[in-house]
Design a binder for this molecule. Sequence first.
Ligand SMILES: Nc1ncnc2c1ncn2[C@@H]1O[C@H](COP(=O)(O)OP(=O)(O)OP(=O)(O)O)[C@@H](O)[C@H]1O
Ligand SMILES: [Mg+2]
Length: 326
Amino acid sequence: MLAESVLHNRLPDALAGVDLPFLGAKTQGKVRDIYRHGDRLVLVTTDRLSAFDRILGLVPYKGQVLTQLAAWWFAETQDIIGNHLLDVPDPNVTIARICEPLPVEVVVRGYITGVTSTALWYQYSLGNRTIYGIDFPDGLRKNDALPEPIITPTTKARDGGHDERITSAEVVASGLVAASVWAQVCEAAIAVFKRGQELARRAGLILVDTKYEFGIAPDGSVVLIDEMHTPDSSRFWIADTFAERRAAGSEPDNFDKEFIRLYYAAHGYRGEGDPFPMPPELAVQAAARYIRTYEMLTGRTFAPGDYPADLRIENNLRRWLASTTP
Ligand SMILES: Nc1ncnc2c1ncn2[C@@H]1O[C@H](COP(=O)(O)OP(=O)(O)OP(=O)(O)O)[C@@H](O)[C@H]1O
Ligand SMILES: [Mg+2]
C-alpha cells in the first residue's frame, strides 16, 4: 500500500485527461476519454472523480485502479457472461469491442440502503412499499439485507440530466429493450452480482449494490460493457464490523465513494448548485481507499504506473496502434 505522503506528492500529476489526436476525435464521459479505432473502443480512464453528476476533482491512481480492477472482475465473471474487454495495453487503458449500449443502467441491490432520492431506503422511509415495481414488506430497517438481490433499472440520462427510475415492465413495454434481451440481462446481472458478493466476501467486503451497463456486441450477443464492481459503480461495506455496528445502531463502515458524499453533506453541500472543489486531504483519502479496495478484492499489491501518466499512455497507445489493424 502506497504511503499517504506519496499519494499527496502525486496530487499535482493526477490525470485530468488525455489528448491523443493520432487516435482521431475524442469524446468525453465524466470519467473516461474515449476514442474509436475501427471496431475498437479505446477507453482511457482518467483520475477524475465524479459525484452528484459532477466532477469534484482528481484522485491520483484512480484511473489505474478502475481499469485494472474492472479487468480483474471481467476475467472472474466471463464464465457467466461475455464482456467487451479485449486488451489492457496500459494501466489506464481498456481496448474494448464497440457495442451498442442498452439505454438503461442495470442497478442491482442486495441491501436496502442509501440516502439519495433514487435510493431504496429513501423511498421506503417515505412509506412507499412498492418501489421500482417491486413489493417490499413492512418492518425493514435501514441496511437490512434483502432476501434476494433485486434489479432496479434507471434510464440513462443524456446531457447532464439525472437518471430516472423505471420498472422492469416499463423497460420492455416502452420498447427501450426487447423482452428476450431484457430477460438475458436480468439473469446475467443477478448471477454476476452473486459472484461479486461471493468474491467480495472472501476479501472481507460486502458488495452492497452496483450498476452494470450492458450492450449488444457486433456478433449480436448481450455483453457487459463499461466497467464493473469498482468503487465508482458499487457500494462496498467492511464485512468484519457489519454485525457489530448494526447491533450498536451505527452505519456500516463504507469502503466506496459514499464517504465523499458524506463529507460534502457534512460541509453543507447536498447536490444543489456548484460543489466546492475536493480538498487535497480528501483526494488523498480517496486515493488510499481506491487502492486498498483493489488490493483487498484482487489479493494483489497495487503496482503504481509511472507518473505523470499522460506520456506513458501516449507511448503505449502508439505501440498498440502500430501492432493492430483496424
Ligand atoms: N464497449 C462499449 N461500447 C460502446 N460504448 C461503451 C462501451 N463501454 C463503455 N461505453 C460507454 O462509454 C462511456 C464511458 O465513459 P464514462 O464512464 O466517463 O461515462 P459516464 O460519464 O459514466 O457516462 P456519460 O458521459 O455517457 O453519461 C459511457 O457512456 C459508456 O456507456
Ligand atoms: Mg461511467
